[in-house]
Design a protein. Structure first.
Length: 229
């Protein structure tokens, strides 16, 4: 009888140990499952955040692409208008593409005599057509850039210390004509004189020097409220 009881006790003890171990393993399994569920939940939350960020980035990229396409369309329309304007002016007026946008350039021979900044009559005629374009587009701005070749000033040295001074003087003459004669608001106009620093042709030939002696007009879209008089 004692042997039976002993055997029963041994079996009961073994079952107890197994039950306790089983419960512990089950608790560990439940804990692991909870942790895994939390991890999956966190990963899903991170994935949702990532999807939101990607969607926002896509919207920004599309906005930039749309803006770039719009800017290109504006440039194309502007270039077409300037091509038409150059043909109307004639005398070597031409349109040139730059990083900042298309510009219409008038050669020195249209506007000025060599070494001088006083407008010729044919120069005023050309600028009148430029003014008509500006009046037809009252929200635009314009930058007037004076350019020269590299030859030192000789005949009019008494007027200009350098080609830079001459280029600025010519840009100013154009500015004064547009403001005083054509009633273009001065706040719409900016001027710059580059002298020989932005050549578009070689200064080693007479033809290249003639191309470099020019005044350019960069038509700019409005960025701030301006006087569109």
């Amino acid at each position: 009888m004692n042997k039976i009881i002993g055997r029963f006790g041994t079996v009961f003890l073994a079952l107890s140990v197994f039950f306790v171990q089983g419960c512990a393993e089950l608790d560990e399994l439940r804990t692991a499952n909870r942790r895994q569920a939390i991890t999956i939940r966190d990963q899903m939350s991170d994935l949702d955040k990532l999807k939101t960020e990607v969607s926002a980035a896509d919207k920004v990229n599309r906005a930039y692409e749309d803006r770039a396409q719009s800017d290109e369309e504006v440039k194309e329309r502007l270039r077409a208008d300037l091509e038409s304007l150059a043909r109307a002016i004639g005398g070597g007026a031409a349109v040139r593409d730059t990083i900042e946008g298309p510009v219409i350039q008038l050669p020195e021979k249209i506007l000025f005599d060599s070494g001088l900044a006083k407008l010729k009559s044919e120069g005023e005629t050309a600028l009148k057509k430029i003014a008509e374009h500006l009046k037809a587009n009252p929200a635009t701005l314009v930058r007037i850039d004076g350019h020269t070749d590299i030859d030192p000033i000789v005949k009019s040295k008494y007027l200009w210390d350098s080609n830079h001074h001459l280029s600025v003087g010519r840009a100013l003459s154009v500015f004064h004509y547009l403001v005083n004669k054509e009633d273009i608001g001065e706040k719409r106009i900016h001027i710059a004189g580059y002298g020989p620093n932005r050549s578009i042709a070689s200064n080693n030939t007479d033809n290249g020097k003639r191309q470099n002696r020019r005044v350019e007009f960069l038509i700019l879209p409005p960025t701030t409220k301006t006087d569109s008089k």
